[in-house]
Design a binder for this molecule. Structure first.
Ligand SMILES: [Fe+2]
Length: 193
């Protein structure tokens, strides 16, 4: 059975949105870099890479289902934030909005008799919810000045050289590679790394 155009258009919308989100996160990574927040830069770059892969999967499935020539119209707003904190907050909102959209597209795909598309939209929704939760948590910690501290000692790892140490806060400098403390990630935040 041919997949209805609605689901093919939703896959094309998915690709367009993922491309936009990816480029926003690269702008956000630049802001974090300028503020000397090395791990926040890394977080945005890694998340952007995952967005790219999600977009690729939308494109691949669309092609498999015969949708390679489907076109969708839309806007591509250029909305900038002033700093990494602004980007974290805004990214949380966007991830939540997108996750809701993917869930609705999954529902439509099931109605359209396209279970592979439904499954892909559901899986991407699940990941985007984790992206949103993480951005919100980082925004809160950055705002409270707690990105590099914990109430109890924990394991910190240098994201550049792999050095680890057990402390309540990240060191000022990495004793191994001599990079700044902003390269350190608490291991309770290392699920994405
Ligand atoms: Fe290091």
């Amino acid at each position: 059975m041919d997949v209805p155009s609605r689901t093919l258009e939703n896959l094309a919308r998915g690709l367009a949105e993922k491309n936009r989100t990816r480029s926003q996160y690269m702008l956000a990574a630049g802001a974090a870099h300028r503020e000397g927040l090395a791990v926040a830069e890394l977080l945005f770059v890694r998340t952007a890479e995952q967005e790219r892969v999600h977009g690729r999967q939308f494109a691949r499935l669309s092609q498999e289902l015969g949708g390679e020539h489907v076109r969708v119209e839309g806007t591509c707003p250029l909305e900038m934030e002033r700093d990494a904190l602004g980007w974290l907050r805004r990214s949380k909102e966007e991830e939540d909005r997108e996750a809701g959209e993917w869930r609705e597209f999954a529902r439509q795909a099931r109605e359209d008799g396209a279970p592979e598309a439904a499954r892909l939209f559901e899986e991407v929704a699940q990941v985007d919810e984790t992206h949103g939760d993480r951005f919100a948590r980082w925004a809160g910690r950055l705002e409270e000045g707690e990105l590099f501290t914990r109430p109890l000692p924990c394991l910190w790892r240098c994201t550049v050289c792999g050095h680890t140490q057990y402390e309540e806060r990240a060191p000022e400098r990495c004793p191994l590679c001599l990079g700044p403390g902003s390269q350190f990630l608490a291991l309770d935040e290392a699920d994405w790394f």
